[in-house]
Structure formats: structure tokens, C-alpha cells
Design a protein around this ligand. Structure first.
Ligand SMILES: [Zn+2]
Length: 343
């Protein structure tokens, strides 16, 4: 099969377009003939590597994908060859206490497709059968792949962890990234009023098209927390979605008393200074979350399939040009998801 892989960690030029043997599904697994994959920031971290990273080389990146079932491993009866599916990239054991409690994204043996196992930048991928979700007739593979990880992550954080309620106000810090664009839509769909702080008119227009009610351009308003405070009649917002990290001081200011700060990532780096006075004096809850559960995936993809939620797609590249696609993501110029088309 054709695939994108790397033998060593580094910049975009470590990615190679190569031909390797097609893998075979083991018991309980399926082989998926991929038609589309989608890029995530995670792909860049895995490619760049970090101290202590343990990968088996060559490594195939990619968490998101959609395609058709090409072969069934022993014992798989729920799916049929040729069936169209989208992949849930969260791999869990189904046996530990967390899995049995329905909290499978906390699984003791949790793994992520494209990180600890070979991913979706390929013509074929082997996954556990439980991670293949049937696609409705005619639903576009590229859209399904683009929705997967980011809508799953945003849903788990906003709905499962923060218990977002209709009538609440949500501030999303960042207008154009995958999780942020998904968060804007999920918050709006849940009946919240949505504030977005972003950089520049173009990105804010995207946020508005996804349902944002109030737009704040941080190139014009450096102290955007003050702006949010004024816009909410000096109350602050109920929930802040902050996946930047370096912006925590402003997010703490923008939250109301008793507000919740959600974080699923740190695009500006892992370490931030926190003024604890804001946390206790304002009764703030800082809620961390990563990825999502099987039931989250089923719930959010139902809304994607119905058209209620729609991933913003920036661009589509052929699999062979994954390097150019990652360069675009790395430059931060994208407006929504970058998709790989796999012929
Ligand atoms: Zn488990």
C-alpha cells in the first residue's frame, strides 16, 4: 500500500511517500481502505517528537480517517466488507474500571491512532472493530474524517465535562483552529451565546459563519478580557474554552464568578504562570479534558451526520502531498480542517 511515513523525528522533510505491505487485521480488528484522512496539530507533535517519545519506526501518522471495510478479523460480525465507516481514534481496552464505567478516554491502556499505533496517512489501516462507526449513505468521507477528532474532543469537554446548558455564555479563545471551530458550533447548537476572540477579520468572519454571536479582534483589543467583561455587563462569561494556555490570565478575568475554564490543549506551549487569586476569589473551576468516550463519539457524529454540525474545511491535498499539507498547518494559516484525499 501507499503511505506517508517517517523513520526519524523532525521537520516536515522527514515525511516520505512510500510503498509498504498492507497490514492484516487480527482478532476483533478490521482493515479499513481509507478514502480520506484529516490533519490534527497532534500529527505535528508526533512528527517533531518530544523527549522520551517511544514510537516504532517507520511510523505512519494520522488519527482521523474514513473509508470502507476491506477485511474483517476473526470474530467480527457487526460490520460487513465494503461498509463505509468513520474512525474513532481513541483506542481503549474495554475491560478496565474506567472503560466499564463508560469513561474509556481515561482507560488504563489508552492509546491514540497515529500516536502509539500506525495511523491514517495511508491507503489502509488496521483498527479495533469497535472503533469503526458506519457512515450514512452518501455522507462525504472527507467531511467525516475532518469532523472526527475535533468534534469528539470539543463535545467531551463542553458537554460531558462542563455540562454546558442552554442560555449560558461561552467564550472561545481562537477563531479558526479545528477544536475551536467545533466548539463554536457545539456551543451554539446547545443554546449558548457564543463570544469569540480571534486574530484578524478573516478568521472572525469564519467564526461568525459557524454561529458566533460576538466577535472580538485581538489585533485591535489587546485586553480582550476587559472587552468581554464590558460586553457582559460586568458579569463575565459562564464558560471559557482556552486551548492556548498562555492566555489563561485573560481567560480568568473574562470568566464570571463561579465560571468554568475548559482546556484540551496548549497551542502556545505547556507552561503558563497562574495568578491563583483569580481561581479562589472568583470560585473558578479549571477543567482539563482530552479526547472523548465512545458514547461522546456516537452522540456528536449523529449531529454531524444530520448536518447540525459541519466541520469547516480549509483545503484538500492528495495523500502524496501530506508534507505540503502539514506545512500549511504548521504555518497556522488554515481556516478549519486540512484533509488528505486518498485515491
Ligand atoms: Zn480500559
Amino acid at each position: 500500500m501507499k503511505t506517508i511515513l517517517f523513520h526519524t523525528n523532525g521537520g516536515p522533510d522527514v515525511l516520505e511517500y512510500a510503498e509498504i505491505p498492507t497490514p492484516e487485521p487480527g482478532p476483533g480488528q478490521v482493515l479499513v481502505r481509507l478514502r480520506a484522512a484529516a490533519l490534527n496539530r497532534l500529527d505535528l507533535w508526533v512528527r517533531n517528537g518530544w523527549p522520551g517519545i517511544k514510537l516504532t519506526y517507520p511510523h505512519i501518522p494520522g488519527a482521523d480517517g474514513a473509508g470502507e471495510i476491506a477485511a474483517l478479523g476473526a470474530g467480527v460480525t457487526r460490520l460487513k466488507t465494503g461498509e463505509r465507516v468513520v474512525i474513532n481514534s481513541n483506542l481503549s481496552c474495554s475491560e478496565c474500571g474506567y472503560c466499564l464505567a463508560g469513561q474509556d478516554n481515561r482507560c488504563e491502556r489508552w492509546e491514540l491512532l497515529g500516536e502509539t499505533r500506525n495511523g491514517t496517512y495511508a491507503e489502509y489501516v488496521v483498527i479495533p472493530a469497535v472503533n469503526a462507526y458506519p457512515l450514512p449513505e452518501g455522507f462525504e468521507m472527507g467531511v467525516a474524517a475532518a469532523a472526527g477528532l475535533v468534534f469528539h474532543t470539543a463535545w467531551h469537554s463542553l458537554i460531558n465535562r462542563a455540562n454546558l446548558r442552554p442560555g449560558e455564555s461561552v467564550l472561545v479563545v481562537g477563531a479558526s483552529g479545528g477544536v475551536n471551530t467545533a466548539s463554536i458550533q457545539i456551543a451554539k447548537h446547545s443554546g449558548a451565546t457564543v463570544y469569540v476572540v480571534g486574530l484578524g477579520r478573516e478568521k472572525l468572519m469564519l467564526a461568525e459563519s459557524l454561529g458566533a454571536d460576538y466577535l472580538i479582534d485581538r489585533s485591535q483589543e489587546e485586553n480582550w478580557a476587559k472587552t468581554v467583561y464590558q460586553m457582559t455587563n460586568k458579569r463575565g462569561v459562564d464558560v471559557v474554552v482556552d486551548n492556548v494556555g498562555a492566555t489563561f490570565p485573560l481567560s480568568f478575568r473574562a470568566a464570571r464568578k463561579g465560571g468554568r475554564i475548559l482546556t484540551v490543549g496548549n497551542t502556545a506551549g505547556p507552561k503558563v504562570e497562574i495568578d491563583n487569586r483569580f481561581i479562589f476569589a472568583k470560585h473558578l473551576s479549571l477543567i482539563g479534558s482530552t479526547m472523548g468516550t465512545h458514547s461522546d463519539f456516537a452522540a456528536v457524529m449523529e449531529l454531524v451526520f444530520s448536518g447540525a454540525l459541519k466541520p469547516a474545511i480549509d483545503s484538500v491535498y492528495p495523500l502524496s502531498q501530506a508534507r505540503q499539507a502539514q506545512e500549511r498547518l504548521e504555518a497556522g494559516e488554515q481556516m478549519g480542517k486540512i484533509v488528505l484525499e486518498i485515491g
